[in-house]
Design a binder for this molecule. Structure first.
Ligand SMILES: [Ca+2]
Length: 265
């Protein structure tokens, strides 16, 4: 390893002896510093080498002439620490940049009036409980329009909201064991008979909140199951439908949902 002589401290250093420049040709053991390899050798200061070796640098021979080679220890240690800090900083920036530029694939929700072919590979989720923001005749035992009627497996029964308006803003929530939801079949309106279907309000647009995601979905006004198909499975243990717009009922202002069937992928 090439080491420059400590010129500045040559007077303070009692054993510093300048190289015998004048007699360098006559002195058989004088070896000039390896100038050409100095730069390449100096790359090793980053903690790889401290003191020069006989194999790497003639400075040991120079030391035999009391030409004291100084170690790069102090300088290399400082540069090693500085390099490590800079490297860690750069890696942190790059890693953070990579993470922040990772593409988040958003799940899409589409509505189909045709049964999806993927339904065969799913299973129906058992809903453990249901709740709603309002219930028509909720306090009258003669009627049962409870939210549970939307998950009882019978399209004749339905949840009927009991707000003053036509159902906009009302919501129903289903709870179930944590599942990977893929499809939701929606039987919207009152399916008791054809007259009841058009006599009551049907949801036209709703917001589906599931997991940490939210989707706005729109339905046709056909008395058929509408399938909400998620482009990817959404892990959740509950979901909420909020009615936004409705198809107005010809007789009543009550919005109904006959059945909601949730399928796990
Ligand atoms: Ca029902």
């Amino acid at each position: 390893m090439f080491t420059a002589p400590d010129i500045e401290n040559r007077f303070a250093d009692p054993i510093f002896t300048a190289p015998d420049i004048e007699n360098r040709f006559a002195d058989p053991i004088f070896i000039a510093p390896d100038i050409e390899n100095c730069f390449a050798d100096s790359l090793k200061i980053y903690g790889l080498h401290c003191r020069p070796s006989h194999q790497e640098c003639p400075v040991e021979l120079l030391k035999n002439n009391n030409y004291r080679g100084k170690c790069f220890m102090n300088g290399s240690l400082f540069k090693f620490i500085l390099s490590s800090v800079l490297l860690a900083f750069i890696c942190t920036i790059l890693y953070g940049g990579i993470r922040t530029t990772e593409k988040v694939i958003a799940v899409q929700a589409s509505v189909s009036d045709d049964e999806p072919s993927s339904l065969g590979s799913t299973k129906v989720i058992t809903v453990s409980s249901a709740s709603a923001t309002s219930v028509l005749h909720g306090n009258d035992a003669e009627y049962n329009n409870a939210p549970e009627m939307a998950v009882d497996g019978d399209v004749i029964t339905s949840w009927q909201e009991g707000s003053e308006g036509q159902g906009s803003g009302e919501s129903i929530t289903l709870n179930f064991e944590k599942s990977e939801v893929k499809v939701i079949a929606c039987y919207l309106g009152n399916w008791q008979d054809d007259w009841s279907y058009y006599a009551n309000c049907r949801p036209k647009t709703m917001t589906l909140q599931i997991g940490n995601q939210s989707f706005d979905v729109e339905f046709t006004d056909a008395q058929i199951p509408h399938y909400i198909i998620l482009s990817d499975k959404v892990e959740a243990e509950s979901l909420t439908f909020t009615v936004n717009e409705i198809y107005a009922g010809e007789e009543y202002d009550d919005c109904c949902i006959s059945e909601l069937t949730v399928y796990a992928g």
